[in-house]
Design a protein around this ligand. Structure first.
Ligand code: F6R
Length: 610
């Protein structure tokens, strides 16, 4: 989850590193550091946000054409100056940055201390610097060879980026699990843990494969497997441009990303519906017979992606009549699930790097299941582990709280469910065409929801001081309620809980008292009256009601303290509209409370540890 950058070229490395780190700060931000080579190795590190490091560096001259930088999200060792990366060996000539966890660091540290190495931090990372130093001393080999040997000794997950002041022409990069991307352009060598940090320099990037090592020098990249065999790699061309990764005039990335959602829905649908009203998914290469043999679908995901999976369960079961199980990826493989080759596992991860989701789909593959991934990131780990990949075309999502990727996932999952139904002939083609027409109307309907941001802002002002907010829904509305609660708690730090509305009276209703806001999602025609009954129960306890309801619904208006109206669509597609005012609600409340919605405390954009 940490952010990594590396540069070797003909310009001063430091400003390039800092700029890249700014673009990656969303990956982790409890401390930051840089190492620059100019004859000697100079390192600067600082606890806190990147701005603290920048203040520390002000007025200091740190020339050098080779350097690495890191923004940290702590796993081992508190976020202090000493634990901030880069870490060095005893000689101070080797510096490295790391994302992941080195699981055998204790054993290695004991061995290295026995050999006389002195450790300066509490991190697991530092062991790698001393290990490489020890190999270099023993073998008098190159840094590349030393890293190739070290990666076979280190256990756990690591994206490691290493430099040596005795060799100012190259950066050595190693990957075991967490993503790392390398690139070369016009006399420049580049490294980053994510694409936005590279876009200023190149659009042709090489995401390293698992268990690969790269030697990055000016204008060239060589890639090796862990056995030291050189492998041929092709760069991936990234369509995103710099503006896409910038805020584009919005105060925060989160707001920008919420407002990008009409385009995101459009882009995710683009090219996937043909003129005859059929779904066209070229990425899914299984033949119809294989699709007909699917006996069970299992959806695995975490956080917001889990909520899109929760809504998708309804669509898949309704359209295809295939039973769907839904699992939190972190629980899935520990419950001894029943899987075979007739099972289809859908792994959802906007980042494509969530460690639990990757582990879950790998486990599913070992059990013989087929795996399809839904992700937003080209070249991410999940794309390599899955049998088929359906990309959500949401563009880079910088805000830590997932918004546009959630909507894109809902669209992709509904398309996939319709595709399964179409190929298995489990749905009347006229109904498929009708649902696709409803999907295609969504971008404009999302625009309409966004136009009513004023009402949401007013409600946010009214409830910004709440200490608890309860969210309820039924059917697919439950997924919206859970997502609304997650958005609110993660960026506003208000305690928020989402419940299926029918469950309220089995416990959570005890929390209700006058003034407590209850957000109710009124979707799904057949559940409408039941939701109204639940809303009456809430009102009877004196709680306030904030209702997400179909436009022009007078019954809802009569029961609402605040009303967020949304256009009408098919019930199974309604989360794509109903979620939007709740994203805005969370955003405006966070702003009212003076918080930074893009960088909520303790959270990271891609969760690459279990
Ligand atoms: C919430 C949020 C997280 C992620 C979760 C899974 O706003 O962003 O809950 O949804 O960490 O991330 P991915 O989708 O990358 O697997």
């Amino acid at each position: 989850m940490c952010g990594i950058v590396g540069y070797v070229g003909d310009r001063s490395a430091l400003p390039i590193l800092i700029e890249g780190m700014e673009r990656l700060e969303y990956r982790g931000y409890d401390s930051a550091g840089v190492a620059v080579v100019n004859g000697d190795m100079t390192v600067a590190r600082k606890a806190g946000r990147l701005s603290e490091l920048e203040a520390e560096l002000e007025g200091r001259d740190l020339p050098g054409l080779l350097g690495i930088g890191h923004t940290r999200w702590a796993t081992h060792g508190a976020p202090t100056d000493e634990n901030a990366h880069p870490h060095r060996d005893c000689s101070g000539k080797i510096a490295l940055v790391h994302n992941g966890i080195i699981e055998n660091h204790d054993v290695l540290k004991a061995r290295l201390v026995g050999e006389g190495h002195t450790f300066m931090s509490e991190t697991d990372t530092e062991v790698a610097a001393h290990l490489i130093e020890s190999i270099l001393q023993e073998r008098s080999c190159s840094l590349l060879e030393a890293v190739l040997e070290a990666v076979n000794v280190l256990e756990g997950a690591f994206a490691l980026v290493c430099i040596n002041s005795d060799d100012p022409d190259r950066i050595i990069v190693a990957r075991q699990e967490p993503p790392i991307i390398v690139g070369a352009a016009d006399g420049v060598g580049l490294v980053a843990s994510d694409i936005p940090a590279l876009l200023a320099h190149t659009r042709d990037v090489i995401p390293l494969d698992n268990r690969q090592v790269a030697e990055v020098s000016r204008g060239s990249v060589r890639v090796f497997d862990f056995a030291g065999e050189e492998v041929t790699v092709e760069p991936v061309h990234v369509e995103w441009n710099m503006e896409a990764a910038e805020k584009g005039g919005y105060e925060d990335f989160m707001l920008k990303e919420i407002f990008e959602q009409p385009d995101v829905v459009r882009d995710t649908l683009r090219g996937r519906v043909d003129r005859e009203g059929r779904v066209k998914l070229d990425e899914v290469h299984w033949d119809d017979e294989t699709l007909r043999r699917i006996s069970k679908v299992v959806v695995v995901a975490c956080g917001t992606s889990f909520h899109s999976g929760m809504a998708a369960k309804h669509s898949i079961e309704h359209y295809t009549r295939i039973p769907v199980e839904l699992d939190l990826a972190s629980e899935f493989r520990y419950r001894d699930p029943v899987l075979d080759e007739t099972c289809l596992v859908i792994g959802i991860a906007q980042s494509g790097e969530t460690a639990d989701t990757l582990a879950a789909i790998r486990f599913a593959k070992e059990m013989g299941a087929k795996v399809v991934a839904i992700t937003n990131v080209v070249g991410s780990s999940i794309t390599r582990d899955a049998d088929a990949v359906l990309f959500t075309h949401a563009g880079p999502e910088i805000g830590v709280a997932a918004t546009k990727t959630f909507l894109a996932q809902l669209v992709a999952l509904n398309l996939f469910a319709l595709y399964l139904a179409q190929q298995r002939q489990s749905m009347d083609p006229a109904k498929t065409a009708e649902t696709l027409t409803a999907l295609q109307a969504l971008p404009e309907q999302v625009e309409e929801v966004l136009r009513s941001q004023g009402e949401v802002h007013r409600a946010a002002k009214r409830y910004a001081d709440a200490s608890d907010v309860i969210f309820i829904g039924r059917g697919v509305g439950t997924a919206v309620a859970l997502e609304g609660a997650l958005k609110l708690k993660e960026i506003s730090y208000i305690h928020a809980e989402g419940y299926p509305a029918g469950e309220l009276k089995h416990g959570a209703i005890a929390l209700l008292e006058p003034g407590v806001p209850v957000v109710a999602v009124l979707t799904g025609a057949k559940l409408y009256d039941k939701m109204l009954a639940n809303i009456e129960e809430v009102r009877a306890r004196g709680a306030d009601t904030i209702l997400v309801a179909p436009q022009g619904d007078e019954r809802a208006r009569a029961l609402a303290n605040e009303l967020f109206e949304v256009p009408v669509t098919k019930p199974l597609l309604s989360p794509i509209l109903d979620t939007v005012p709740l994203q805005l609600f969370a955003y405006f409340i966070a702003k009212e409370r003076g918080l930074s919605p893009d960088k909520p405390r303790n959270l990271a954009k891609s969760v690459t540890v279990e």
